[in-house]
Write a protein that binds this ligand. Sequence first.
Ligand SMILES: *Cc1c(COP(=O)(O)O)cnc(C)c1O
Length: 454
Amino acid sequence: MKETESTQFEVHDREVLEKARAIMGQTESPRAWAQAVIDAVKRNEEWRGERCINLLAPEAPTSPMVRALLSSEIGTRAAEGNIGRVNRWFAGTQHIDEVEALCVELLKVAFRCNYADHRLMGSMLGNMTVYHALTQPGDVIMSAPQPFGGHSSNRYDGPAGTRGLKIFDVPFNMDELEVDLDAFAKAARQHKPKLVVMGMSMTLFPLPVREMSQIISEWGGQFIFDGAHQAGLIAGGQFQDPLKEGAVILTGSAGKTFSGPQSGMILWDDPALTKPITDTIFPALAATHQVNRVAALAVSAAEMIEFGKFYMAQIVKNSKALAKALDERGIPVLCVDKGYTQSHQVIARVKQFGGGLEVAHRLAKANIITNKNLVPEDKPEDWDRPSGLRIGTIEVTRLGMNEKDMETIADFIARVLVKNEDVESVGREVIDFRYPQQTLYYNFDHGYPAWAKM
Ligand SMILES: *Cc1c(COP(=O)(O)O)cnc(C)c1O
């Protein structure tokens, strides 16, 4: 081993980095190094893009129109600041202004709200915006802990922590992923949080936004809905509508259920919030904000307005059907008594099959992609090897699949987990099932799948 390898601090997997160095060591040609990058991208496209059943809950395949815009010329242009001739530093931005203004107005229509911002590179930064705009270091907030589905952005290790906030847990009931409203009322009245931020990466059912907002309004506390996962379901009218139920801000990822380019959105109604929010976005968190991505986001918002209701409803139908089919095949899932799920997710308890880490990797060998997940009974020491598996139906739905296909997918999963069949032979059948289905629906290129013709 070279000395640098043994002494240099490294967060990345050393073996994987070593492999990259080995590839680069085979030639001195930068052109060949570039080709190695292109080859890896191609391998991913051929495997994940064409042959796998991708059931990762935070992923969505973008439409051909959106993908084309992501590589458009406008993405090479600099356009920081607010929209408009005087607001911009640079001249020549009139067409960029048109694109950005359309994006803002389309997002407002998609989410039925008064204000939207399009410049965030991720939902992480949307949450950072909230903390910067509405809190001071030392303030108290309450948020959902990770084993119940909470996300790091609202905890000590994320933007809330970097803002120097004091964070208390929103209490949950143990088995059903439900906020324990009585315990919440008690804890909230004691801590009097300035903000309650609910951001659920594991999400099955709507949250009691109205009830929680009412409690914290006693001392002027504000409710923030981090809808990273649910943004598309909310826009499509298939979940709750947090801004109508008492949340003052809705943040969201554009690349999860919303099915647009990976990035962030922030939405609100109260004009008094506009200055603190937008002053944080620019000039604190975004300068050049990738106008190609903004154009792609604008088109995704138009797709959501046109197709969102049906598309999102089918996502929910598919996750209910998949959960039921898994349950029937001996794979325990959460919230059976409540009808499994009202979102794009299904959560399975897979401890008996080897735990989330082991199961996710075994399924990946059969070309079925999922992720390990904490479930309520997991302890802090279970973090790397939790006992849950999170399964999402966004991509299979956009590929035109319906409830019948979910039974086929559940069969594949059960053959690997319950019947212990050889992963490679199941994997070959997965490819036979998946490969003929390459068209993405619910967009202006391909409309609705044939079975859905209305
Ligand atoms: C995914 C997620 C985020 C981060 O979103 P990005 O768009 O990836 O930055 C924030 N909050 C929650 C609850 C999430 O699930």
